[in-house]
Design a binder for this molecule. Structure first.
Ligand code: KG4
Ligand code: ZN
Length: 350
């Protein structure tokens, strides 16, 4: 189908329906991703090219390397996403891209490419907030997801508890006061010599460790809906320095247990405080095996409907951008092409 307004229009009436194909572009950090999604939830293709190998030897993402790699990868990734979807440019009805938050140089590559495509194909451009996209990842696999619900969003840069009252209606319930959960996993993994990215490394090493070997602190577990992870990271460092002979598997498993206990306890409290009947997980840390298991157990105990996206949908991808773009286009119409990218873009209701 076609949308009866050009890319440069402000906020015209848009006809966005189940047949509308949105091409999503994601370049906010170290994944170059393009996806085609029809009707907000039918994923026709989702191509993710990870730059992990390029950054691994530096122990973290190097922004300049990320931007250059996005530049090289964006066209081949786009070509593959169209090919896998069996689409040509003229089959795409709108182009969505992450405009923030993220690394500014990396964001600009995806935003510029998406705007160029929107112009060339004469279709609307839609700006998408990366955090909102993580919230929407659940819809891709469960379009019947019901509001209101509480989402625990745990990624490399953010740890948020959000009350989603309806499409585009968000209330921030709690957030981290220092490190994000993923940042804590990455820093602890680096300290333990487990490499980068740290989350998956800790997840797999922990399988052979004893989660009760060391009683690391559960910071602020009985205290409100905000989080703090920097004390836990320091406790790990202090423990290993005091006990150099300690088994790395036990440290990793005990650290993971402490982090997961706090995340799950706060998510439950948030659901109780808001009266929400459903809890959802999102963001890269939601790929963690122990968190997934405990999250499902807690939801079952509390009689809450649990939404747990697949691991591919938890970590950065462009299908969630295209899906969010579809809902945004339906609510607000296209984004003017003079919009920029914002490394600190916040999650706001719209
Ligand atoms: O959402 P994401 O892909 O990118 C950001 O928007 O930040 O999240 C990346 C974060 C990293 O900190 C990574 O270590 C963490 O998610 N992560 C995990 C796991 N897989 C990825 N943390 C714990 N366990 C995992 N299995
Ligand atoms: Zn992310």
């Amino acid at each position: 189908m076609s949308i009866d307004h050009p890319a440069e229009a402000g906020r015209p009436e848009a006809t966005v329906d189940a047949s509308t194909v949105v091409l999503g572009v994601e370049t906010s950090c170290d994944e170059t991703a393009v996806a085609c999604v029809r009707g907000g939830s039918d994923v026709l293709s989702s191509v993710v090219s990870s730059q992990v190998d390029l950054h691994a030897r530096y122990g973290g993402v190097v922004p300049e390397i990320a931007s250059r790699a996005h530049n090289e990868l964006i066209i081949p990734v786009l070509a593959r996403a169209l090919l896998e979807a069996g689409l040509d440019g003229e089959d795409v009805d709108a182009v969505a891209a992450t405009t923030g938050p993220g690394l500014i140089g990396a964001l600009l590559v995806g935003v510029s490419a998406a705007k160029a495509l929107a112009l060339a194909w004469d279709v609307p451009f839609v700006a998408v907030n990366h955090l909102e996209a993580h919230l929407y990842a659940g819809f891709l696999e469960d379009p019947d997801l019901q509001f209101p619900l509480v989402v625990l969003l745990v990624s490399g840069g953010h740890t948020l508890l959000v009350h989603v009252e309806g499409h585009g209606r968000y209330r921030l319930l709690g957030q981290t006061l220092d490190d994000a959960a993923g940042e804590a996993f990455d820093k602890v993994a680096r300290f333990l010599g487990l490499g980068y990215p740290g989350g998956p490394a800790i997840d797999s090493v922990s399988m052979t460790g004893d989660a009760e070997a060391i009683a690391f602190p559960r910071s602020m577990i009985d205290d409100g809906l905000d989080f703090s992870f920097s004390g836990l990271k320091t406790a790990v460092v202090n423990h290993v320095r005091a006990h150099p002979e300690v088994a790395t598997e036990d440290v990793a498993a005990s650290f993971q247990a402490a982090a997961v206990d706090v995340l799950v306890a706060k998510a439950r409290r948030a659901a109780a405080a808001t009266g929400a009947r459903a809890l959802a997980l999102g963001g890269g840390v939601a790929a963690n095996s122990m968190l997934r298991e405990q999250f499902l157990g807690a939801c079952a105990e509390d009689g809450l409907h649990a939404f747990l996206p697949s691991r591919e949908m938890c970590t950065d991808n462009a299908a969630m951008i295209a899906s969010t773009g579809w809902y945004r286009l339906q609510r607000q119409g296209p984004t003017p092409l003079d919009c920029g990218a914002d490394p600190n873009e916040r999650l706001t209701s719209s």
